[in-house]
Design a binder for this molecule. Structure first.
Ligand code: NI
Length: 128
């Protein structure tokens, strides 16, 4: 695990949309980057908040009763237990902070959903 990395550069290098990559670990939370385009899937995380920091482009976080428009530099936390769907009209790069237990698409079955093992890739924690 490198002590220093550049989230934007790593996000730029991703080749697949909606495939988060773990870049760091902060206690029991993963820091991830992802490249997004199009609509993901409506889902919620019952027990965990989910932090989005927009690195490049823009993202709309859809909720049942509102839409939050996010631009590069904006930070947004999706509250636990709240249905949400991220939508990127054009390619968008994000950094995420998520609890280790957070499932990508909540309990939703979806072909875009990636397991934590897939998201970890070659990332190695000191405990593993
Ligand atoms: Ni989510």
């Amino acid at each position: 695990m490198d002590s220093q990395c550049n989230p934007l550069q790593i996000a730029e290098s991703l080749s697949e949309y909606w495939f988060p990559k773990v870049i760091s670990l902060v206690d029991n939370h993963y820091v991830k980057v992802a490249k997004l385009k199009g609509s993901f899937v409506w889902h919620k995380h019952d027990q965990q908040d989910e932090l989005f920091l927009i690195l490049k482009g823009s993202l709309v976080m859809e909720y049942e009763d509102k839409k939050i428009e996010l631009r590069a530099g904006d930070l947004h936390v999706v509250p636990k237990g709240t249905l949400h769907n991220p939508v990127a009209e054009k390619e968008c790069l994000v950094m995420l902070i998520e609890h280790k237990e957070t499932a990508h698409a909540g309990k939703s079955e979806n072909s875009k959903s990636r397991s934590i093992d897939e998201q970890l890739g070659t990332f190695v924690t000191e405990n593993s």
